[in-house]
Design a protein around this ligand. Structure first.
Ligand SMILES: *Cc1c(COP(=O)(O)O)cnc(C)c1O
Length: 371
């Protein structure tokens, strides 16, 4: 990832590794007796895979889930001894790469399982089964066809049975119990293989959902795994943009592209150094006088005003004394005062998208980095 020194950056991402580790321990406790593995795909949801992976390894994490084989190889270079699962399954011609980097594919179809048994016999793999999300994985019929056959089981070394929940963030949703029941239909064919079912929210659905190994993602990084209830996780990521300029506008003046926001009174506006190129959703734009989307600056929440543009955005700081804001003052876009979930909701999206879209023009600061 590009390194931008602090004095050259217009915005700063701070990643609190101590909070990350606290979250990991919280999830371990919640998931116990299941082991806690982590989803570290997408640069650890935008936080930086290598730093996050090492911090979690030092905390005792041994099982890592990525999406792409290239992510797996990158992780292998950092963690020589971790179990690295690749959720994509694999395309024809990739088996060598998987073997070379000691990656464990989560196989999703009969042909993939047959290929793996042929070219990588004896090397561990996971089997991904579909219990209702209808994305990747075996159907029960396919599973039965393959694993109802004792001969085939001898040819393949399966060390994990994986499935994924569609609605775990809604604890009352009927899909959860339906998927759990479906998972047992697969498990009966491979009763001795360890099972992995729960993502972050799934860990909070109760002991029936955790099985042997959970796959924690967004909760590690501070997202609330129990929406609608208090967030049991600590804030890990703080995004702050520097004030580039403050300006005084007259009642009736407009701010930004398309003149969508009109000052209802003489106003003071702060222009902040982050825009949609930096992953600030353009949906945070506001034409309302008191729009719902806010930033936190000089001890107050203030509304975002006008369009978010490529490199900057504006907020209304009329009520903040001049002495408290100047060039370089930091405004929190999300962090301890405005949660990543709140900022995401204001933009009509989810914390996952906000985090994974953070760009590469920030100064990144890791707090509590011991590596
Ligand atoms: C991303 C992912 C996870 C982690 O999900 P969170 O909701 O972030 O905890 C777990 N399992 C699979 C298959 C995934 O793709």
């Amino acid at each position: 990832m590009t390194e931008v020194p602090e004095h050259l950056a217009s915005a700063i991402v701070s990643i609190d590794l101590a909070a990350l580790c606290t979250n990991y321990r919280t999830l371990c406790k919640q998931a116990a007796p299941a082991a806690c593995g982590v989803a570290i795909k997408g640069e650890a949801y935008g936080l930086g895979m290598a730093v996050v992976a090492k911090a979690l390894w030092n905390e005792g994490c041994r099982n890592y889930f990525v999406s792409r084989p290239s992510e797996g190889a990158e992780l292998r270079a950092v963690l020589a001894d971790a179990a690295i699962y690749v959720l994509d399954g694999f395309y024809l011609g990739q088996a060598e790469f998987y073997m070379h980097h000691k990656l464990i594919p989560a196989l999703i179809s009969i042909d993939q399982a047959q290929e793996w048994a042929k070219v990588a016999a004896g090397r561990p793999c996971a089997i991904h089964v579909d219990t209702g999300i209808s994305r990747l994985g075996f159907t029960v019929a396919e599973f039965k066809k393959l694993f109802g056959d004792d001969e085939f089981i001898k040819l393949i070394h399966i060390n994990l049975l994986v499935s994924h929940l569609a609605c775990s963030d809604e604890d009352e949703h009927e899909m959860n119990a339906k998927q759990l029941a479906a998972f047992y239909k697969f498990r009966k064919y491979l009763p001795d293989v360890p099972a992995s079912f729960a993502n972050s929210s799934g860990i909070f659905l109760g002991g029936a959902y955790t099985f042997d190994l959970v796959r924690a993602g967004v909760a590690l990084y501070g997202g609330n795994p129990t929406p609608g209830k208090p967030n049991p996780m600590k804030t890990v990521v703080t995004l702050q943009a520097k004030v580039m300029q403050t300006r005084h506008v007259k009642q009736g003046d407009t701010i930004g592209y398309s003149a969508t926001w009109t000052a209802p009174r003489d106003s003071k506006i702060a222009i902040l150094g982050a825009g949609y190129r930096d992953g600030i959703p353009r949906k945070l734009s506001s034409s309302q006088i008191d729009g719902p989307a806010q930033v936190y600056i000089a001890g107050s929440r203030v509304p975002i005003v006008g369009r978010v543009s490529m490199d900057m955005m504006a907020c209304d700081v009329t009520d903040i004394p001049d002495a408290e804001i100047s060039r370089g003052t930091l405004a929190e876009i999300f962090g301890p005062h405005i949660s990543v979930d709140e900022a995401a909701a204001s933009a009509g999206t989810i914390s996952y998208e906000l985090l994974t879209h953070l760009g590469n023009r920030y100064h990144r600061r890791y707090i509590g980095d011991e590596s």
